[in-house]
Ligand binder design. Structure first.
Ligand code: MF3
Ligand code: CO
Length: 252
């Protein structure tokens, strides 16, 4: 069952998303060569809590056999795709880092990811980041009532592949609200299922994960961190959006 949010609930999610967007700004300012990913985690957690939120990811239930997620944010560097765990790793000039953040506020989650440059990065890394970001916007052009999920998926895939990159298959976007992961799934590529029709009041996390090489990924031994199989770079861009009678609203 896809939950439909009332105007009031969407206002709460907007506030949740606002805290999240400000947290991203804090993180963006803090990123520079020499900082560790655990320091970024600390900055994010403090800021979220100071603003009345709770980090959605902390303690999130992992796959059977995995530890519960131990940090407040995900930090995925270079060939890491998603779910990198903050730690003592020091960021260096030329790295790219995908930062994924979830905020729980007043009963509702919001979820958003960005890939940031560390210092000065290569032109090819810059291009990967901007194509990934733009693929989100290409996708949500189709996030209007009456369309189906697959219309978003296809637009993301076509834009990414036209630009010479690939979209990750194993991980997908999702509905979001009282739970961080709600139905429907939102793949970033065409699937046989066309998905449900979009209706006003649906809130969705649309999140293209884009690889410069092949779309194949591998899970590290920590059972969380996902890396590209070929070692190529990967970027991530995600926002929580609300479907309306007209254009979608970006809540984050
Ligand atoms: N945005 C990610 C997702 O939708 C965040 C999950 S990280 C976790 O899957 F730690 F919470 F699992
Ligand atoms: Co998400």
């Amino acid at each position: 069952m896809i939950s439909i949010k009332s105007k009031n609930e969407i206002e709460i999610m907007k506030k949740s998303g606002e805290i999240l967007a400000c947290t991203h700004n804090k993180i963006k300012e803090a990123i520079q060569p020499g900082i560790t990913t655990i320091e970024l985690d600390r900055i994010a957690e403090e800021f979220i809590r100071k603003n009345g939120g709770i980090p959605s990811f902390k303690g999130y239930r992992g796959y059977p056999g995995a530890i519960d997620y131990p940090a407040s944010i995900c930090t995925s560097v270079n060939n890491q795709v998603v779910h990198g765990i903050p730690g003592l790793e020091v960021l260096k000039d030329g790295d790219i880092i995908s930062v994924d953040i979830g905020v729980y506020y007043n009963g509702f989650h919001s979820d958003a990811a960005r890939t940031y440059p560390v210092g000065t990065i290569s032109e090819k890394a810059e291009r990967l980041i901007s194509i990934t970001e733009q693929s989100f916007y290409e996708g949500i052009k189709f996030a209007v009532k009456g369309n189906r999920i697959v219309d978003i998926s296809a637009a993301v895939q076509d834009y990414v592949e036209k630009n010479g990159y690939s979209v990750v298959r194993e991980y997908v976007g999702h509905g979001i609200g009282r739970e961080m992961h709600e139905p429907p799934q939102i793949p970033n590529y065409r699937t046989r299922q066309r998905g449900p029709r979009l209706e006003p009041g649906m809130t969705l996390a649309v999140e293209p994960m884009v690889n410069e090489g092949s779309y194949h990924v591998r899970l590290l031994e920590n059972m969380w961190t996902v890396v590209t199989e070929d070692g190529g770079l990967s970027a991530h861009y995600e926002n929580t959006i609300a479907i309306t009678d007209g254009e979608p609203i970006i809540l984050t």
